[in-house]
Design a protein around this ligand. Structure first.
Ligand code: SF4
Length: 296
């Protein structure tokens, strides 16, 4: 089936009750789903979660976008780092939960998630994902079209079935339902579609950025060096925050961490994005954390 037609059908099929919430990040995928949602005629509200570490160009671009509501998080990235007493890492992305994922509970949320973007998404998401399924919804996993994901949610692998529609619709009151209309789109099709439909996108893409997101995101690995050379004030802000974090650790009586002598050495450790000698793994709130060792 034509991918645009499929996306429009998914949006129209799962509409009903409250308007959709559309997760608008300011990246190209969210501009495409914004365009598709308008084209489909469904009722929706686009919402952007300001992360406090977005590129200034993205902040301006999102503010210029008509129809997008900007939400501000209860705590900034800088406050979260001090509170958690560690920078966010690949394995400990507390910031995503606290800066981006808090809105949309109980709603149907349109996302720009695509399988080609990450292995995780290939494994954990379908056309529709029920984040916190209730007991009735959990029974759906007896059906071969529904799979459990490793986070306790349910993934609808194939929306093109009337029985599946009925079952998913009956679960809309669960905590969050993600509707992923461009799940199957690869980069080639996405760029072709942007050109064909003349969709306006974030000006950073014209400057060679392939990924629009938080400056300093641990998932960006070594690409962060380029981000910090373009936005040196963000580097300074992280280092100032690491100084506050080290102070706070002292006040709380936390043991010294190997490699975390100064704010600059924390920054270096963080940017190295690799294990240091003498590291241990530990479990904090169910997440395995590697990357630092407290000196005993
Ligand atoms: S820095 Fe990365 S992990 Fe943290 S909120 Fe931003 S995208 Fe999520």
């Amino acid at each position: 089936m034509d991918l645009e037609k499929q996306a429009l059908e998914i949006l129209r099929t799962f509409e009903g009750g409250e308007p959709y919430q559309l997760g608008y990040s300011g990246g190209k995928d969210s501009d495409v789903v914004f365009h598709l949602a308008k084209k489909s005629g469904v009722k929706f509200q686009a919402v952007h979660n300001h992360t406090t570490v977005d590129a200034p160009e993205t902040v301006r671009y999102v503010r210029s976008k008509r129809g997008v509501v900007v939400l501000y998080p209860p705590m900034s990235m800088w406050e979260l780092i001090v509170k958690h007493k560690t920078p966010p890492t690949r394995r400990m992305r507390y910031c995503c939960e606290e800066l981006k994922e808090y809105s949309g509970a109980g709603k149907k949320v349109i996302t720009g998630v695509r399988k080609s973007e990450s292995r995780n998404r290939r494994q954990n998401q379908g056309f529709v994902t029920l984040i916190k399924p209730d007991r009735t919804a959990r029974k759906l996993t007896d059906d071969e079209l529904f799979l459990s994901n490793d986070k306790g949610g349910i993934v609808v692998m194939n929306y093109d079935n009337s029985e599946v529609h009925r079952m998913v619709e009956s679960c809309y009151r669960t905590s969050k339902t993600l509707v992923n209309p461009i799940l199957e789109w690869d980069d080639e099709y996405l760029w072709w579609y942007i050109q064909k439909e003349q969709i306006e996108i974030n000006p950073l893409y014209r400057e060679g950025f392939q990924r629009i997101g938080c400056i300093g995101c641990p998932m960006a690995g070594k690409k962060r060096w380029r981000e910090f050379s373009r936005y040196p004030k963000y580097k300074d802000a992280y280092i100032r925050t690491f100084a506050k974090m080290l102070e706070y650790r002292k006040v709380c009586g936390n043991k010294e961490v190997a490699g975390w002598k100064t704010p600059e050495s924390v920054f270096q450790w963080w940017m190295e994005d690799q294990c240091m000698e003498g590291q241990i793994s530990m479990i904090i709130e169910g997440n395995e954390i590697t990357g630092f060792r407290e000196k005993g």
